[in-house]
Ligand binder design. Sequence first.
Ligand code: IPE
Ligand code: IPE
Ligand code: MG
Length: 240
Amino acid sequence: MEQNLEGLVIPKHVALILDGNGRWAKKRGLPRTMGHKEGCVTVEKTVEIAARMGIEYLTVYGFSTENWKRSAEEVGALMQLFRYYMVRLLKIASANNVRVRMIGDRSRFDQDIIDGINRLERETRDNTGLTFVIAVNYGGRDEITRAVRRLAADCAEGKQKAEDITEELLASYLDTAGMPDPDLLIRTSGEIRLSNYLLWQLAYTEIYVTDCLWPDFDKEELTRAIVAYNRRDRRFGGVK
Ligand code: IPE
Ligand code: IPE
Ligand code: MG
């Protein structure tokens, strides 16, 4: 049944763990890489839907620091998909006034992918609509470790003082500096875990899990998640 968004609070920042591409393909007797290909189409559609709904930030988990453990064939296919979709994304972002930002340690990618990421960020920087954040070679622990390393280096150089370190200061060293924390986390394919995603930022995020496999995710699924979000009582540790 189609749900209506009227009267609902639209979360400002939605984080997504897009899971289930492999299972989607397996169900159809296809190779896992076909699931990833279909998953990319769903990402494109979701960006357009989120932009139209008025979501301000959409952060998707594209490739984790743990995903390098997969077969060389699967990792290679994912890299090829990045190459292809970065070009498409530039068009989609321009057409929908979307600003693209990547989080994660991009230094491990091939130079042409790094160049593509930099170009995508540079050419969409002034767009004022949805900020679409892609987490690639991203791990929450890795992000915090890299942030602390830079902060420690700044302390050693006298640019920061240990006693001045606050949550806000540490957050400003994270890849997500300047972004609000996610209000809603959606994970597809029924797995109830964080898988090293946005460990710092998800401290008070509402979590919604759907059995829907990522390639099948659509506007109705997103709407259902937003309806569920609207029923939550966000107390942030206080009393209402
Ligand atoms: C998510 O789908 C995409 C990535 C992690 C790159 P999976 O590839 O994890 O699909 P399942 O979980 O094996 O079904
Ligand atoms: C999380 O999914 C990472 C991405 C969606 C990119 P995984 O499929 O890699 O996570 P696990 O293995 O189920 O924890
Ligand atoms: Mg998975």
